[in-house]
Write a protein that binds this ligand. Structure first.
Ligand code: MTE
Length: 314
């Protein structure tokens, strides 16, 4: 099946979104914030969440406005439009919640979400997140390295990959109901990383943002953030993390393998079949920026891919 972001959006809605964005760009040109102006969904009240800023991991650019980061989202479980997750997100119940961590490990364990929160000290890291659709945001995330959680279950030597699975529950995620627009992905949403990518210190198990508990639309109660990869690798509302010896199948790769590869490293030299990846629009800005190799994290992660052809392994 050939499926693209625009293909899963009904034409009328897709056009109206384009019109909306054209209007937003016009607003940006006169100094208004694009994301915040584009939608008017009320903000859920986020409980404060304490975290220690980690100065080693912070991009210098100003963070995207909170309103934009929480109203301009991709979360197809709530629909295919950017404003759907903020509008419909209240059906997701982030408590009670469990995360099963299993597969090729010596000590598989199902963690209660309260235990997940205590595995390692919470840090605030300011990462930029580059979406495959050629926009980006700068977000102060709260979490700790995924490696800390994985070490608790003691991966076996045969473990080579990690698979993330998002909750499947059409009562909580209307987009998973048959016939709902966005019912086009093979639910549950799954993603994956090589084990060395998952253990990399940049890979953040994320429970909050902007000093608050994660809003539902951003993947409550727990998600991953992998800042050198396109945003769709950062699976939201995770219920299972499985260690495996084979490359996991991923939701977008299953839907359109020629467009969304397993690696999906941000790479300005490898275009998406339908658009350039050479530049990006930072939400809230008008001018386009040059996209950086590995989203600017090349010094930290390029060595993971030594000797690999990144055009083939897109
Ligand atoms: N996770 C799930 N379960 N479902 C999704 O549709 N969208 C991905 C990713 N994680 C998605 C998901 C995409 S395409 C992006 S760009 C990021 O979430 C967006 O994260 P944000 O809304 O917090 O900015």
């Amino acid at each position: 099946m050939r499926l693209r972001y625009s293909d899963v959006t009904p034409e009328k809605l897709y056009l109206s979104r384009r019109e909306l964005m054209a209007g937003a760009i016009a607003l940006a040109a006169i100094g208004c914030d694009v994301g915040a102006e584009a939608t008017a969904a009320p903000m859920p009240a986020g409980a404060p969440l304490k975290a220690t800023p980690n100065a080693a991991y912070r991009v210098q650019d100003a963070p995207t406005k909170f309103d934009a980061a929480t109203t301009y989202n991709n979360f197809y479980e709530f629909g295919v439009n950017k404003e759907d997750p903020a509008r419909l997100g209240q059906t997701l119940k982030p408590r009670p919640w469990h995360v099963q961590v299993d597969g090729l490990c010596a000590k598989p364990k199902t963690f209660d979400i309260e235990e997940v929160l205590k595995v390692a000290p919470l840090e605030e890291r300011i990462y930029s997140l580059r979406c495959v659709e050629a926009w980006s945001m700068v977000i102060p995330w709260i979490g700790y390295p995924l490696a800390a959680l994985l070490k608790q279950v003691e991966p076996r030597p045969g473990a080579k990959y990690v698979e993330f699975t998002t909750l499947k529950d059409p009562e909580q995620f209307p987009g998973q109901k048959p016939g709902f627009f966005g019912g086009t992905l093979d639910w549950p949403y799954t993603e994956g990383l090589r084990l060395d990518e998952a253990m990399h210190p940049l890979t953040l198990l994320t429970v909050g943002m902007y000093g608050q508990v994660l809003p539902n639309q951003n993947g409550a109660p727990v998600r991953v953030v992998i800042p050198w990869k396109y945003g769709f690798k950062s699976a939201k509302s995770i219920v299972r993390i499985r260690l495996t010896d084979t490359e996991p199948k991923t939701a977008w790769n299953k839907a359109a393998p020629q467009e969304y590869g397993f690696y999906s490293n941000v790479n300005p030299k490898v275009d998406h079949p339908r658009w350039s990846q050479g530049t990006e629009r930072r939400i809230g800005e008008f001018r386009r920026r040059t996209t950086l190799m590995f989203n600017g994290y090349a010094d930290q992660v390029a060595s993971l891919y030594t000797g690999m052809d990144l055009k083939k392994n897109y």
